[in-house]
Design a protein around this ligand. Structure first.
Ligand code: C2G
Length: 129
């Protein structure tokens, strides 16, 4: 039983998120997803997501192939989360390339290419425009 873990905000869910989750799931037998908290987003980006952490967790938990969802409260706790959920592989989009290499001592770290030309920020700009 190989456990895959991945993390994200997943605000205004789009096909880039879905493809990343689907490719992550294909690398193992069980997919655990850490959804970043509203407070973590505010501390990183100085703004809150459009959808609350409860809403984002609810949406992610209903996606086919997602077996477990939890709240990611701090970037510094990644190592602890990997251990807690028994991760064999940490999957991140390649916008994080190299950033989590130090976690290789706990589990394998894999960066997958992002889907080009789509992002939550672009959706917000397009719909506001
Ligand atoms: N993604 C993708 N293609 C896109 C947009 C996003 O493959 N066009 C991927 C990202 O690389 C990430 C996942 O979808 O792996 C979730 O993206 P975000 O919600 O933007 O996640 P982020 O805020 O970068 O994660 O510990 C990390 C944090 O949880 C933050």
């Amino acid at each position: 039983m190989k456990t895959i873990i991945t993390f994200g905000t997943y605000d205004l869910l789009h096909v880039g998120h879905i493809r990343l989750l689907s490719r992550a799931r294909e690398l193992g037998d069980r997919l655990v997803v850490g959804v970043s908290s509203d407070a973590l987003n505010f501390s990183k980006k100085n703004k809150y997501p459009e959808f609350s952490q409860q809403e984002r967790m609810e949406i992610i938990s209903m996606i086919k192939g997602v077996d477990q969802v939890f709240l990611e409260e701090s970037l510094e706790l990644k190592g602890a989360y990997l251990k807690e959920y028994g991760a064999d592989i940490l999957v991140m989009g390649d916008d994080w390339e190299g950033k989590f290499d130090h976690l290789n001592s706990i589990c394998q770290v894999v960066y997958l290419p992002r889907t080009p030309s789509i992002s939550t920020t672009a959706i917000i700009e397009k719909t506001r425009g």
